[in-house]
Ligand binder design. Structure first.
Ligand code: ATP
Ligand code: FE2
Length: 328
């Protein structure tokens, strides 16, 4: 049985997983830096990853019931992400590959979110709606790349929600708290911002924060933020479906955990006879299994990297990657 060890360390989460080449996740351990206020300080997050990496490695092997000698391939997240954090994952992966004479593959974190989505959804050629903290992208395979049909022009949806949550004293991450509060809210108009195929969230967050300071109920703001942001995403997704002729939608990234977003996407998909697949929550956020799975796909497509030259690419984009593992 061939096994891949996958290491994720692009941002707040350090994760390691062991996955079989036919896609069985034997173990998937992770630990995220928790923030009560403010943003991430890259060097501090990197220190967290350094402090826990050996313990996590021990844990993943004991959970999977295998040993280093059983591993066929090591994969790591090479970008995009915070350089100090990426370096921790890359250095650890490289060290293990050199010590144990294993091949090493660096993969793109965003692409890994998409392909683990396909694996669990059973989708073959979808429009991906990738909504995480940092990223908000509507993506589909076109001419050998995962083409970004639409994206945020300012901040990612998760970060936008977290920003509002900080102002409203909801704590971090705010997404789940906003979802809860929204259930008791009613609609107040907020700026709806779709420009061509792109979206933007900053103006809406500023407006919601102003209204909150003027005494508007936090529940109403949570409800209105969700309804407005999600409607924008649904609109752009529907246009991407119409343009590409694809008949599946895969919803991934941390914000995909939101039930109201799933409901709104599902309604649009049903009206178009399109299949809708939300990805299970344990695989929609950052974790090592998606890195291992992407490593396996690239390895099977004959991709080979030189261990000595293992790089990080903090700004690598989804559409920089040539898709070798899928036929169009
Ligand atoms: P990236 O994948 O771009 O590197 P990330 O690692 O920050 O970003 P994820 O771990 O995929 O992102 O997602 C985290 C985000 O998901 C947070 O911003 C959080 O508020 C949001 N989130 C989590 N649960 C929910 C929810 N139920 N509703 C809305 N947002 C949510
Ligand atoms: Fe991510």
């Amino acid at each position: 049985m061939n096994l891949c060890l996958g290491i994720e360390s692009t941002a707040h989460t350090f994760g390691i997983a062991i996955v079989t080449f036919d896609g069985k996740v034997l173990a998937n351990v992770k630990d995220a830096v928790s923030l009560t206020s403010g943003g991430m300080i890259p060097s501090e997050v990197a220190q967290h990853h350094v402090a826990i990496k050996e313990k996590m490695l021990g844990e993943v092997f004991s959970k999977a019931g295998v040993r280093m000698k059983d591993i066929t391939l090591i994969a790591y997240s090479r970008g995009p992400g915070l350089a100090p954090c990426l370096r921790v994952g890359r250095d650890f992966a490289k060290q293990l590959a050199q010590e144990h004479h294993k091949p090493l593959i660096g993969v793109n974190h965003c692409i890994a979110h998409l392909t683990i989505g396909d694996f669990f959804a059973g989708s073959t050629d979808p429009v991906y709606v990738y909504v995480s903290g940092v990223n908000t992208q509507i993506v589909a395979l076109a001419a050998g790349v995962m083409r970004v049909f639409g994206e945020t022009l300012d901040i990612g949806l998760g970060n936008a929600l977290d920003k509002f949550g900080r102002e409203a004293g909801l704590g971090f991450p705010a997404g789940p708290k906003i979802e809860e509060r929204a259930k008791k809210g009613s609609y107040v108009e907020l700026p709806y911002s779709v420009k061509g195929m792109d979206v933007s969230f900053s103006g809406m967050i500023t407006k919601a924060t102003q209204l909150l300071k003027k005494g508007e109920l936090v529940e109403n703001m949570c409800y209105s933020l969700q309804e407005t942001c999600f409607a924008m995403l649904v609109e752009v997704t529907e246009r991407a479906l119409a343009h590409t002729g694809k008949q599946e939608v895969v919803l991934i990234g941390g914000v995909a955990a939101n039930q109201r977003l799933c409901e709104m996407m599902k309604i649009m998909c049903e009206a178009r006879n399109t299949k809708f697949y939300p990805v299970p929550i344990q695989y929609s956020g950052d974790q090592g299994a998606m890195i291992a799975w992407q490593g396996i796909l690239e390895w099977n497509a004959e991709q080979r990297n030189d261990v000595e030259l293992a790089e990080i690419y903090p700004y690598e984009r989804t559409d920089d990657i040539h898709v070798t593992w899928r036929k169009e």
